[in-house]
Write a protein that binds this ligand. Structure first.
Ligand code: C5P
Length: 229
């Protein structure tokens, strides 16, 4: 039995990045974004297995050095992120008999081992939880361009990944959400819909999601800082 399996959904085409290659294959400081991300998990001894979920027509993954790691498996993704994650979780359950899964976006290459370990330790006696950061800005709610109300920022957290759950819980939650055609943008929302408590664990700024071309410079900064340390 495997205890902890990381699942990296990397089957997106990265339309917002405006590059010819999908964003997970964009190079940062000499390595693809996906390699930076996957290496965090390959280098963490507590993680037993890593599943990378790739696009059915992926032409890049096989040429990466990480693809030959004995801890690494590939699974074919689906149309939406949630379909790709579900394919990974089903594999972790049936093929790897993993007790826990940690779902982490390929587009978050700046996760530190400290934050990863904090998540694992703080969730050991729970159903699961996520890394998240406290909101520092004042948040407005609006349905058009006029403010409806100001939210209490003390209660606002910004969700990051990894999102870590007991495999059976996440498999059930994602399967139910799919059957009920619910739109979910992260794993936690599927688990919340089951009425199960999801814990918040302090995340970090460097673990932001690379989405637009400007984000690449920031990712380069955080990754070169980490390499020097
Ligand atoms: O597009 P977005 O930034 O929300 O994608 C988040 C992560 O989900 C990325 O790592 C992307 O490759 C992955 N994804 C996927 N399958 C899809 C869509 C996105 O694995 N169908």
């Amino acid at each position: 039995m495997n205890k902890y399996t990381a699942i990296i959904p990397a089957a997106g085409i990265g339309a917002r990045m405006q590059t010819s290659t999908p964003k997970q294959y964009v190079s940062i400081n000499g390595k693809t974004m996906l390699e930076h991300t996957v290496n965090v998990f390959l280098n963490e001894p507590m993680i037993d297995q890593v599943i990378v979920v790739i696009h059915p027509e992926d032409k890049h993954f096989k040429s990466l050095h990480i693809s030959s790691s004995p801890k690494l498996h590939t699974v074919i993704g689906g149309e939406e992120r949630a379909d790709s994650v579900l394919a990974g979780v089903a594999f972790a359950d049936s093929e790897l008999q993993s007790e826990w899964v940690l779902v982490h976006d390929a587009a978050r290459p700046g996760l530190s081992n400290e934050a990863l370990q904090r998540l694992i330790y703080e969730l050991s006696n729970s159903s699961g939880g996520i890394l998240a950061t406290k909101c520092v800005d004042t948040v407005k709610q609006s349905s058009d361009e006029t403010i409806d109300k100001t939210l209490n920022r003390q209660k606002i957290w910004l969700a990051q990944t990894p999102q870590m759950f007991r495999t059976s819980i996440l498999l059930q939650a994602l399967s139910d959400a799919k059957r009920n055609k619910l739109t979910i943008t992260d794993e936690a929302s599927a688990v919340e819909m089951q009425g199960i408590d999801v814990k918040l664990v302090e995340g970090e700024k460097s673990n932001f999601k690379v989405t637009t071309p400007e984000d690449l410079m920031l990712a380069e900064y955080y990754l070169s800082k980490e390499e020097k340390e």
